[in-house]
Design a protein around this ligand. Sequence first.
Ligand code: FAD
Length: 375
Amino acid sequence: MSTTRQKLIVVLGAGVHGLHAALALLEAGYAVTILSKHLPGDSNPNYCSPWSVTNWASDVSVVDPETQQWYLDAYKYWADLSTDGDDTNGAGVSRRTYISYCEEANPSLLAAGASAFWYSDAVLSFKILPQESLPPGVKFGYSFGSFCLNSPKYLSYIQTRILALSGTIIRTALPTGQNLASVLQTARKTLQSNGLRDDVFAFVNATGLGARELVGDETMFPIRSHAIFLKGEAKGMSDRLEAGLSNMVAMGGALPISYVSPRVGEGISFLGGYMEEGVWSTDPSPVIVERLLDRAKLLAPELLDANGNFEVVSVGLGLRPHRASGVRVEIERVQGKDGEEVAVVHDYGHGHGGFIKAIGSAKKVVELVDKLGNE
Ligand SMILES: Cc1cc2nc3c(=O)[nH]c(=O)nc-3n(C[C@H](O)[C@H](O)[C@H](O)COP(=O)(O)OP(=O)(O)OC[C@H]3O[C@@H](n4cnc5c(N)ncnc54)[C@H](O)[C@@H]3O)c2cc1C
C-alpha cells in the first residue's frame, strides 16, 4: 500500500496567529513545524498574545465583511469551547456579560440603538441599557453575552492540541536585518540542525511586530497598552469610552478607553486601556497607570477595598502588532539564492482585535496553502 507523505508547512511565530494557523493546517492534514523566538509560557512586551485581555467585543469600525466573518468565527469557536459556562476543559474560555459605557453619544447613535452595531443580532442577549440605569457621566450603554479568555492559558491549550496532532515546535530567533530569502534559508538550516525534514512546501509568516524587520515591512508599528492586574475577579467585562478628543490630547494621543475583565479562576482582574500608537517604550507610564486606576472605579467597584482603592498585583505592557496599510493575509513568492521559488503565506498586522481574528484568518491561511497545492 502506498502512502502520500504529508506536505510540510513551516510556521514562523507562536503568537495566537501562528498557533491557530498551525492547528488549522494540522487539522487539514498538513505536517507542521513551528519556529519561534517566544513560546506559550513566555512573558515579553514584544510577544503580544499573552498580554491580550481577550474579550470578544467589537466596535462599529469593523466594517469589511471578511473581518466581520472572522469575528463571528471566534464567537462560535469560543461558544463551542465554553458550552458548560466557565472554563471546564482547560482552554481558559469563560462566558461573561460585556457592558460598554460611552461618555458621549451623538443623536444618530441614540436614534439607531442596536441597529448601529453590526453584530447585535449575532450575539446573545444584545441590549441597549436604559438611560436610568447608566452610571453618572455615561450617556449611552449596551451589553451582550460574550467570552473572556485567560490568554496565557488559551495559548498553552492550543499548543497542547498542536502537539497532540504531532506538530513540532522549535524555539529559535530568526535573523533580522536580512532579506526574507535569507531568513527562509536560515529557517531551513534550523530544521536541518534539529534533525527535522526540510522539504518545506510553504512557510507561514505569523511573526507579528517581528515582520517589520523579517519582511522589511515598515508599515508595521506597535499600539502599546498597559496591563494592570488587580486583586479580585470583576463580575463581568466592561469598558468606558471617554468623551471628546480633548482627553486624547491630554493623554498624549492615547485612545481614551479603559476596560476591566476577570481572569476567571485566578482571583485577579485585568485593567487596561489608553492605547498609544507608535510607542515602543516598555517602561510603564505612571500617568496612564494612575488614570486607568481612577477610570476603573466606575467599571469594577466590587474590587475596591474599604478605602476605595484597588490592590494592584502587577503592572506590565504589551505591544499590539499593527499594520498601517491593513492586515496582511496573502501569498508572496520569494526567490531563493539558489533560484528556487519559495511560497510564503503571510498572516500578520492584526493589531486591534488580533486575538479574535486568529481563528478566521487561520482558515484563510489553509485556503491559501490549499490553493498553492492546486496550482
Ligand atoms: C493589553 C492588550 C489587550 C488586548 N486585548 C485584545 C482583545 O481583547 N481582543 C483581541 O482580539 N485582541 C486583543 N489584543 C491584541 C492581540 O493581543 C494581538 O493582536 C495578537 O495577540 C497578535 O498576535 P500575533 O500572533 O500576530 O503576534 P504575537 O503574539 O506578537 O506573536 C508574534 C510571534 O512571532 C515571533 N517572532 C517575532 N520575531 C521573530 C524572529 N525574529 N524570530 C523568530 N520568531 C519571531 C514571536 O516570538 C512570537 O511568537 C490586545 C493586546 C494588548 C497588548
